[in-house]
Design a protein around this ligand. Structure first.
Ligand code: ACM
Length: 563
């Protein structure tokens, strides 16, 4: 009798979240997914979510089922639990072909998500969460998922977003929100720009000055470069190593790899302010151009302390000295701590915008050029990067750098992030180096979103509307099939000179990031901007529900067209 009761109870619970409602007729709008999946077949009926709904998961998918339970609970207010048999099933299935691929089958009585690996299952979960909606039935509104069959996989393996936390600092909570919205869009790489002229943001135990001194500037220019004044306000912040570990773990739960960027040899004023011996000219004053230096920094320099953290934007001559051994020892120490914190296979070493003037004047750098048989300062930059690469490789990792690392000869195992157009990326792929495309033309989210600049918050310049981001394809036509394999994917960058608040950062990010996700995930053959705009309306509801700020131009354009 007891067994029958247990059986009946189990039957009741299992069917409780799987009633067949015939009153909702599924329509195309119920299936708005971004990024658009490879193949989607609508079907009849609705899977209704009810309290006590059970979720079962293959071994190794505990992280995914916990995530799903948490997300479903937050969305519906209902309770869900893991069980050995559930009407929602998460499965590892080696027959799924693509590494990040998944399939999803929703019927009125079950949901089955299968992935070759946990990552694919996670993307199936994202699709499930996007399909989940509120459906008004005869006497109540229910949370349901329309019946469907989906087969899906990404077009590109590297789908990245960058965030500059140096020009302006962003809280741990914000970085997590950033990762959340990336995960929602099946983006898998977070490029975290952690060091700059205007602030060093990562705690390094061996060099506490990096954050104690380099983490704060004495003021910031007001208005667009070259600036109208200095605000004379101390500004800064940094992440402790515990916070970094927390964020890396949070990202991992969302199948996002975090690639840290430690800039070198340029963009290094904050480190030099902390440890002036990193400069070729420790006794020369930091120059803050156009008479824009803060009062505090002026007093500090009057008192004989030469180096201060930068307060204006741009490219600066005071860079790491490539002549002295101490520079390399310092960077090796820093990178050792960084590599302990970040499990990523790639470490970003910057490499962009390093003026060579100081190296030309520096006896130590000139001696290095002579001793190493280098032709000029460009080859000295190449020497610098190759030496760092050797060290990073010795720890089992590889470097990636901005396309300037091509100048003077590419380090043997380096990957290239092409930002000054795609030419650098094409050249690197021709040389059989891996490439991430991130051209300013399509991927710089610090650019204006409207040509009507007066109505926009101050931005660095440019014009990058959603439609142009959507048109981005990292694959250049110039490469043959063999060399095309080196194009890993693409990334958009959020540089924050003119982005001081979290809500402004979200405004610059969304909905352009949503367009980026489809540009990188969806097969170019099925991309269609008009169709995307329709599905974007649904994503907009998610932004609203989750409290993300976003730019409205693309929605307003739609309204104007309708008028
Ligand atoms: C860059 O925008 N300087 C990589």
């Amino acid at each position: 009798m007891k067994q029958i009761l247990v059986f009946l109870t189990a039957f009741f619970l299992l069917s409780a979240c799987a009633n067949e409602f015939k009153t909702h007729k599924n329509i195309e709008e119920d299936y708005a997914l971004v990024p658009k999946p490879d193949a989607l077949e609508m079907a009849e009926g609705l899977f209704e979510l009810e309290n006590g709904c059970k979720i079962s998961a293959s071994e190794g998918l505990h992280n995914e089922s916990s995530y799903l339970i948490e997300m479903l609970g937050a969305r519906t207010g209902l309770g869900f639990e893991e069980a050995s048999k559930g009407s929602i099933q998460l499965l590892i299935d080696p027959s799924i072909q693509a590494e990040e691929g998944y399939s999803m089958e929703v019927t009125p009585s079950s949901i089955l998500i299968r992935g070759q690996q946990a990552q694919g299952v996670f993307y199936g979960i994202q699709s499930l969460l996007q399909l989940l909606g509120e459906y008004p039935l005869e006497d109540a509104t229910v949370f349901g998922v329309p019946a469907v069959r989906i087969k899906d996989q990404p077009n590109y393996a590297y789908r990245g977003m960058h965030l500059d936390v140096c020009r302006h600092f962003f809280s741990v909570e914000f970085v997590k929100r950033y990762l959340d919205v990336m995960a929602m869009h099946k983006l898998n790489t977070f490029h975290w720009h952690l060091t700059e002229d205007q602030g060093w943001r990562i705690e390094i135990k061996k060099y506490p000055g990096l954050t104690e001194v380099g983490g704060y500037r004495n003021g910031t220019i007001v208005g667009h470069h070259p600036g109208e004044a200095n605000d004379n306000e101390k500004y800064g912040g940094f992440y402790t190593q515990d916070e970094i570990r927390d964020i890396v773990a949070y990202a991992k739960e969302r199948h996002i790899e975090v690639i840290p960027e430690i800039e070198m040899p340029g963009h290094s004023s904050a480190a030099i302010a902390a440890y002036p011996w990193l400069s070729s000219f420790p006794k020369e004053n930091t120059i803050i151009g156009n008479n824009m230096m803060s009062k505090s920094s002026r007093s500090i320099q009057d008192a004989g302390i030469n180096k201060v953290v930068q307060e204006t934007w741009g490219v600066f001559d005071d860079v790491y000295c490539a002549g002295q051994e101490t520079t390399f020892l310092f960077l090796e120490d820093v990178l050792t701590e960084v590599m302990d914190l970040f499990p990523s296979a790639l470490i970003h070493i910057g490499g962009d915008e390093c003026p060579k003037g100081n190296w030309e004047r520096s006896p130590a750098c000139q001696e290095r050029i002579k001793n190493e048989g280098l032709k000029d300062e460009h080859e000295l930059q190449s020497y610098f990067i190759k030496r760092i690469e050797k060290f990073v490789n010795s720890k089992g990792k590889n470097i990636i750098g901005w396309d300037e690392i091509l100048e003077g000869g590419l380090a043997p195992n380096a990957s290239v992030m092409s930002w000054r157009g795609t030419q650098g990326g094409i050249a690197a792929a021709e040389e059989e180096h891996k490439v991430v495309m991130s051209p300013t033309s399509h991927c710089y989210f610090d650019y204006y979103q409207s040509e009507d600049r007066d109505k926009e918050p101050l931005a660095i310049g440019g014009f990058l509307p959603v439609e142009k981001v959507y048109a981005f394809d990292p694959m250049p036509a110039e490469l043959d099939a063999e060399k095309a394999k080196y194009i890993l994917g693409g990334q958009a960058n959020l540089w924050t000179e003119y982005i001081a608040t979290e809500s402004h950062a979200e405004y610059m990010l969304l909905p352009r990031m949503t367009a980026l996700s489809e540009a990188l995930w969806t097969d170019t053959a099925i991309k269609d901007f008009e169709d995307f705009k329709v599905r974007l309306q649904d994503v907009r509801e998610d932004y609203d529900r989750l409290g993300y700020n976003y730019a409205k131009h693309v929605f307003e354009d739609e309204l104007n067209e309708e008028k």
